[in-house]
Design a protein around this ligand. Sequence first.
Ligand SMILES: CC(C)(COP(=O)(O)OP(=O)(O)OC[C@H]1O[C@@H](n2cnc3c(N)ncnc32)[C@H](O)[C@@H]1OP(=O)(O)O)[C@@H](O)C(=O)NCCC(=O)NCCS
Ligand SMILES: CC(=O)OP(=O)(O)O
Length: 331
Amino acid sequence: MGFIDEIKVRAKSNRQTIVLPETEDRRTYEAAAEILNEDIANLILVGKKEDIEKGGEGLDLSKATIIDPATSEKTSSYIELLVELRKSKGMTAEQAEALLLKDYLYYGVMMVKAGDADGMVAGACHSTADVLRPSLQILKTKPGTKLVSSFFVMVVPDCEYGADGTFVFSDAGLCQNPTAEELAAIAGSSAASFEQLVGKEPVVALLSHSTMGSAKHADVDKVVEATKIAKETYPNFKIDGEFQTDAAIVPSVGQSKAPGNEIAGKANVLIFPDLDAGNIGYKLVQRLAKAEAYGPVTQGISKPVNDLSRGCSAEDIVGVIAITAVQAQNM
Ligand SMILES: CC(C)(COP(=O)(O)OP(=O)(O)OC[C@H]1O[C@@H](n2cnc3c(N)ncnc32)[C@H](O)[C@@H]1OP(=O)(O)O)[C@@H](O)C(=O)NCCC(=O)NCCS
Ligand SMILES: CC(=O)OP(=O)(O)O
């Protein structure tokens, strides 16, 4: 069974409730119909009943719960809770009400915060910053984690590298220019995410344009420092660097560039030095190698709110909803 089919089976075994706030996008409805048809999760669609009926025309969405912020009896409690959480930032009741009635992404995150949903998925028609900012402000980093970061699960067809072609790429969505300490935290979180979702031993490579000192530059120094911190902080995970991508994933190149290294050529978790590299890298593999790309999935956050690319398909949304449900089972 492939990666996403296994995730769907796990999601079905203990159904979670996922909120979908992007009811202005047809792909949301197509994905919702498939999730409900396959019994992968319970779904909440946020919006006006008549808009949702129109948006989902021709699809069976009868098992979805529809919540209209303008009429829901829960809205006043979300306003109170939002004011409580953000009063130190100057949030007033009037501002909270205006925000929750206008911005369904904030509304969905408040549903998760209040425990009325187990997770949220959005990003088909909003930028990553707009999707993740409310969750960073409201849900916050989970205890014991330094920062929230994000990753893609990449499933590359006909590929013998990684875990039979399955990889975690991080951070390809959120942290723009991580420090060495942040890069180390991303490596630790990504190893744990790989273990949780892929169910195999993570082998983590911190990527660079240098392998074990072959190039000299401040950018390389950052990755070397991050590797040192990550190895000290997460001694139970197999982590090493700095590696070029070929040395990280191709066994023969790994052994020629880093002889005797136990991670070289075997990595299945690839840590990119910054968001430019990560975001460019995942899109190249997705589009040129025709890989499945699920994400950006967040890690290190207190409850799962996951993003999508605006270029996603309905099938991609189905995958990210199933992943979100599996993350929620473990929170
Ligand atoms: C997500 C993002 C918008 C957050 O930054 P921002 O809008 O400038 O927001 P702020 O820095 O004001 O942060 C908002 C809150 O989130 C918190 N936060 C921001 N980044 C965080 C992180 N990585 N982990 C934990 N908390 C974080 C801040 O501490 C702040 O909390 P507060 O409001 O309670 O003080 C920003 O990191 C970003 O734009 N990332 C790139 C997204 C992107 O374009 N990706 C490419 C396509 S996938
Ligand atoms: C993840 C990502 O790159 O998102 P988008 O394509 O929407 O910018």
